[in-house]
Design a protein around this ligand. Structure first.
Ligand SMILES: [Zn+2]
Length: 139
């Protein structure tokens, strides 16, 4: 579903995210496809088009996330919310080990799996970005 998002709000989202995907931290400058403004809580779940419900997302993360809010944790088998870039602290849920994301919590596990953040091609491109000093995760 595409929604009108004012240019002021789009600018805020892009600048707040430093033009990097807020799920995988891929910089827009390193992709051919423009990043997208994602509704963290999708509109079909009554999520609003407001700054605190928007995140910058690369095309891949946005495609895998879709309108999902949660997934089943493979370890606990419990329904677990996805990482919320506005409310959750990245380093509490994930760690960077080389070019790989390591989940630290159930939220980390379901998000890594659903968004396929450790797929081999994604790790390969992250490695290249690290070597080019174009990749950072929040501390
Ligand atoms: Zn991404």
């Amino acid at each position: 579903m595409s929604t009108y998002i004012s240019s002021v709000l789009q600018k805020l989202v892009y600048e707040r995210a430093n033009r990097c995907c807020e799920y995988c931290f891929f910089p827009e400058a390193a992709t051919l496809a423009s990043h997208e403004v994602d509704h963290i809580i999708a509109q079909k779940h009554s999520g609003l088009t407001k700054a605190d419900n928007l995140a910058l997302s690369c095309v891949l993360c946005n495609k895998h996330k879709g309108s999902d809010l949660a997934s089943l944790d493979p370890e606990t088998k419990k329904l677990t919310p996805l990482y919320h870039p506005r409310q959750d602290c990245w380093s509490e849920h994930f760690q960077l080990n080389g070019a790989e994301f390591i989940p630290l919590t159930p939220i980390g596990r379901v998000t890594l799996r659903l968004l396929q953040l450790n797929r081999s091609d994604r790790i390969k491109e992250r490695k290249l970005l690290l070597e080019a000093e174009m990749f950072n995760v929040p501390s």
